[in-house]
Structure formats: C-alpha cells, structure tokens
Design a protein around this ligand. Structure first.
Ligand SMILES: *Cc1c(COP(=O)(O)O)cnc(C)c1O
Length: 394
C-alpha cells in the first residue's frame, strides 16, 4: 500500500525533531553533526537566533498580504541584493525551480519584439541541475529526470561542462542565452575550469546572448564570496538564487540587470507567495549576516581548515576516497566505495553528508561552523573512513 507521503524519495530512517547550530537531534536524543545543512539551505545552521527573531517578530505582525500590494520586507531584501550584486532588479520566488522558470521566461521574453525575435534557445550543460519542473528538466535532460514526463519543452541545447568550443559550435541564429552553474552541485561538485565563465561571457557578448548563472547552491556566501561568480571577475545578466538565501525558510530569487529584465513588465509574471513578508524578513536577516566581509572572510578561513583536514583524510584512506574538489564550504569527496555506503556509514557515525552524481559525497555545512566543529567533523569523517577498513574479511 502506498505511504501517505508520496514515495518519490528513498528516505533514510531518521526523523529529526530539533536543531541547534550544526546539530540535528532525533527523538531518541541522538545528536547528528549536519554537514549537509538541508542541501546547502541552512546556511547559518539550525535555529540561528537572528533568524528565529526575524520569524517570530514578523509572525506576530503580518504573514502574508499579496503582490497586489507593496511588500516593505520584499523591497528591503531587493535593495540589499541590488546593493551587493550586479543586479538592478529582483523577482522573488519560493524555490530554486521557480527562480529557474523566471530566468528562462525572462531570457525568452528579452528577444520578443526585438530585431531578433527568433532567439529563444538556451545552451545548458551536461550534469547540470536547475530544478524539477518541466522547463528545468527539459533544459538538462537525463533519463532519471525526464523518462515518462514527456513531451518536454523544446529549445535547449546541451554542451559538455567546461567545453567552450562545444558551446561556440552550438550558438546559432536562434540562441538566446547560456545557463550555467559556476560550480555544479548535484552533478558532483564540479568546479568550472579556469577561464570557463570568462569564456562564456565573451561568447555571450560576441553574439548578443544573455548569461544566466544558477547560484542556487553555490551562492549566498558558500564559496567565501557572496556569490561564486565573483571569483571569476565576470558578471551575469540574470542569476538564480535560492537555498541559502532563506536559511531554511522557502525563498528564492531571480536577479537581473535592467536591460535583461526589459520584457518583464506588469502582468507578464507572478507568484502568490513569492517574496511574502515572512520569507523576506528571514531573507533580510540572512543577508545582513552573510554579506558582511568579515563573515565571508571567516567562511574562507574555516573552509581552509576543513579542506586541509580532508586532504589528510583522503591521503590516509585511499581505499575509501580518491580526491577532494570544490570551493569554500561546497566540497565533494570523490569516493572509491559506493557513495551511498559512505553516506550510510555517516549515519552510523552520526555525521550527515549528502550524495551527488559521479560517486561523490558532498559537504555543504553551515557557513558559521566553528574551529571546534570543523575538528569534530573531521574526527567523525575519519571514523566513517576507518569503518570501511575494519570490515571483517569475507
Ligand atoms: C537545488 C537546486 C535547484 C532547485 O531548487 P529547488 O529549491 O529545489 O527548486 C536549482 N539549481 C541548483 C543549482 C540547485 O542546486
């Protein structure tokens, strides 16, 4: 008999009832060190006092009005995002998927009524992930994501990630945009090769295309900059943000330059909940913390400590791990053992990591991890690795 909850996830038999910083606590009282942070969502850990305060105060005052009216918290969050990024304007959503939908619609609409209205195709990348609605799964393809869900949305062309020549070959008279993650998350923590984003920006500029960056997973301080593309020195025309921006409250955003947003006039797009007072109260509280240069410097410092420890872990357990990749606190351990077994060994050791494609386990911990918590994480991961080596011989 089907479970009351649609069985679309193969869930671990763990039920958490409370969170404190990087810790998740089961009903039994067992404490787990959460290095997944709800897949890069709980950027400030669980029950951060500033976020709890923001929710509590706003919950007492006003939960929801409508985008029929001005929403002061939404304006305040948009102003913060505009101040700290390339963007001139922001559309708020409840998720990364909806931010991707907005970005795709915006890229198409940009050329509508222009001298090149035939431009609508978007170049995307193998191994990418932009969400689970029809447009993002059509954008990416892949049997697990699309089988049985057709007909898919036309208008997407995929290139291998990192391959500028393949991108150049795909650009045609109908191409409108290039959409890319600066670091692929679900794809297995794959960092854009040196010069890749710069090359994409040059291709976009040469052909009049829009560069759309998906920073849903790598953004909001995770790499030690507010947004990952800042390391590359290029700026996009459109950017998707979600996950960390709400710190656990469902919130996403599609950021754009004034020019890229030119088609999105009143009535062209909308959302009932997007940018509602509660969500934006939390978003403002998150932004106030993560946009502080001192906070971002600390993300870099703490990630250096974690990475150094992980290098040692990988070197001393070559039968379990064969490499480490990523930037800042968006790290992937390439596994020798099946990554699902490593994740499961983590449950036994009370440390939570997240699987990704390419037999990788991801570490996406809260950004405000302390030195002591990093050391605890390393000790637990060492125990995870050791558990494979003490397995009794057959
Ligand atoms: C998680 C994710 C999405 C989708 O976000 P949802 O909030 O699950 O809809 C899109 N892009 C990237 C890069 C992601 O990691």
């Amino acid at each position: 008999m089907i479970s009351p909850v649609l069985p679309a996830y193969a869930r671990a038999p763990l039920s958490f009832v409370k969170g404190e910083g990087p810790w998740l606590i089961e009903e039994s009282g067992e404490r787990y060190l959460d290095l997944g942070a709800g897949i890069a969502v709980n950027a400030l850990g669980h029950a951060h006092p500033a976020l709890v305060k923001a929710v509590e105060e706003q919950a007492r005052r006003l939960w929801h009005t409508s985008n029929l009216y001005k929403v002061p918290n939404q304006e305040a969050l948009a102003e913060r995002l505009v101040e700290h990024t390339f963007a001139d304007t922001v559309f708020f959503t409840n998720s990364g998927t909806e931010a991707a939908e907005c970005a795709i619609k915006m890229a198409r609409k940009y050329f509508h009524g222009s001298e090149t209205p035939e431009r609508h195709r978007i170049i995307t990348f193998k191994g990418a992930f932009h969400g689970r609605s029809i447009a993002p799964i059509s954008a990416v393809g892949g049997a697990k994501m699309v089988d049985g869900f057709g007909p898919l949305l036309p208008g997407f062309d995929q290139a291998p990630y990192g391959d500028l020549d393949a991108v150049r070959a795909l650009v045609g008279s109908e191409t409108a945009a290039i959409m890319v993650e600066p670091i692929q998350g679900e794809g297995g923590i794959v960092v854009a090769p040196e010069g890749f984003l710069k090359g994409l920006r040059e291709i976009c500029d040469a052909h009049g295309l829009l560069l759309v960056l998906d920073e849903v997973q790598c953004g909001v301080g995770r790499t030690g900059k507010l947004f990952a593309h800042e390391w590359s020195g290029v700026t996009p025309d459109i950017m998707m943000v979600a996950k960390g921006i709400g710190g656990g409250f469902p919130l996403g955003a599609c950021l754009a330059t004034e020019d890229a947003a030119r088609g999105m006039t009143a009535g062209t797009h909308g959302s009932t909940y997007g940018g509602n007072p509660l969500a934006c109260a939390v978003g403002c509280a998150v932004m106030d913390i993560v946009s502080d240069p001192a906070f971002l410097a600390d993300v870099s410092r703490i990630s250096g400590r974690l990475r150094q420890g992980l290098e040692g872990l990988v070197a001393s357990h070559p039968d379990v791990f064969k490499g480490i990749r990523g930037e800042g606190l968006m790290l992937g351990l390439k596994c020798v053992k099946p990554n699902a077994d490593v994740v499961r060994a983590g449950y036994d050791t009370r440390v939570l990591v997240v699987p990704a494609a390419d037999n990788v386990v991801r570490l996406l911990p809260p950004l405000n991890l302390t030195d002591a918590e990093v050391d605890e994480a390393l000790a637990r991961l060492e125990a995870v690795a050791a558990s494979f080596e003490t397995e009794p011989a057959e």
